[in-house]
Design a protein around this ligand. Sequence first.
Ligand SMILES: Nc1ncnc2c1ncn2[C@@H]1O[C@H](COP(=O)(O)OP(=O)(O)O)[C@@H](O)[C@H]1O
Ligand SMILES: [Mg+2]
Length: 477
Amino acid sequence: MAKNKNIQIPMALSVKIELFKRGCFDFITVKDGKKHEKQEKALQILTDTEHVELLYGGAAGGAKSWTGAAWLLFMCLCYPGSKWFIGRAELKRITQSTLITFYKVCNQYGVDDTLYKYNGQYNYIEFYNGSRIDLLDLQYKPGDPLYERYGSIEYTGGWIEEGGEVNFGAYDTLKTRIGRHLNAELGLRRKLFITCNPKKNWMYETFYKPAKKGDLADYMYYLACLVQENPFIDPDYIEGLRTTKDKVKKERLLKGNWEYDDNPNALCSHDAITAIFGNLLALVTDTFYLTADIARFGSDYARIGVWKGYKLVDLKCFPISKTTEIQTCIIHFQKKYRIPKWRCIADEDGVGGGVVDNCDIQGFTNNSRAFNDENYQNLQTQCAYKLAEHINASELGVDPDLVSPADMEQITLELEQLQTWKVDDEGKLKIKPKEEIKQDIGCSPDWRDMFLMRCWFDYNEYDIPDDIENRLSGLMS
Ligand SMILES: Nc1ncnc2c1ncn2[C@@H]1O[C@H](COP(=O)(O)OP(=O)(O)O)[C@@H](O)[C@H]1O
Ligand SMILES: [Mg+2]
């Protein structure tokens, strides 16, 4: 669509454009005497000069799509020549759903199709005044993990719709692409709008958790909006959510609960995992075990746990890898709980190897073969599945005095990462790879590793009788 300055804007629309520019959003957020307060707040943040990133939603039906569409529509109309994007994991979903909302919004505010045109071949919306919205496909492509395909495009601002479907790399790249097109000239702060339902991915780590703790950076904002806060919603919509039998869906979409993750690949439910803390049913025996995940690259924690049966009864964590301290701690625990060396294990990769040698304990090699020729990709995978079994059977326990609330959150997060993964060519069972986990939760799952090593003993339960010396000498005489 060629830029056309001769187009006549209807009076009613001119007024709206002027109002929007002045930060008066009532014509959007008030209807039949009811005001959508959260939508109002979202539009304020999206047009202020203080904030850069806004995460909005965290439940269904809060008007996420409407808010995004109305914001971009009026930014385009108010600021000629500005350039925006709408990104989603699948382009098809933008054209089938987000674009439909966009048309409805245009219709609602009297923006007819002489003022903009959608180019279905190259997927962009162009306005009569030269403003433009690109529709971006944010699908993760193995050949382009860092989203370099968008690495040089310049935008005034943009909107990631359904952030739960979008990979961290897309967010990380797109936030560097905004603020690069006429922002200074138009006096616009760079903006990234992200709409979402709850999802334990980068949004949880980067927005939700810090916002809950009160230490989200000043330029970022998390605005929660539940369906009940949307005065324009069809009551049937809420009823539908309220009567769903799917607990996880209800928690996430109706109540906006971020702790529930709707992941069909999860091996344990959120409820089963949180039940491990102070679990009255934990399998407690008279046998102690020690498992240690040893920090490999400084950033990770070394964690040493003592188990009485399947209950974690003692714990020590080291923020950086100090091999001698770790060894001293292992020996201390061995003596304190009388744990023989064949019931102690540490991961043997990296620094761990030295500790295993020096303490003369069992070594755990992630990549070694599964026991009994079972159909797992490797030993770690086998133990991860076993761990999930114990959690689901309510056998695993953690003494709640050992861990802080923050630790509990982290342990829960890591155990939720026990997920099945696509089977390989040989049909062996896999779990979600560590690299993927790091992408999603931002750190290495050290707790999980320390926990899953406990399951090594399920396959290596050997008792060495006290009188072995006697019997040996008997045999030799
Ligand atoms: N400002 C508004 N004016 C009129 N209707 C609105 C407005 N904002 C939201 N709605 C209505 O609320 C409903 C839910 O909005 P939608 O954006 O689809 O929610 P979400 O994307 O959060 O699921 C839709 O029916 C939409 O038409
Ligand atoms: Mg929507």
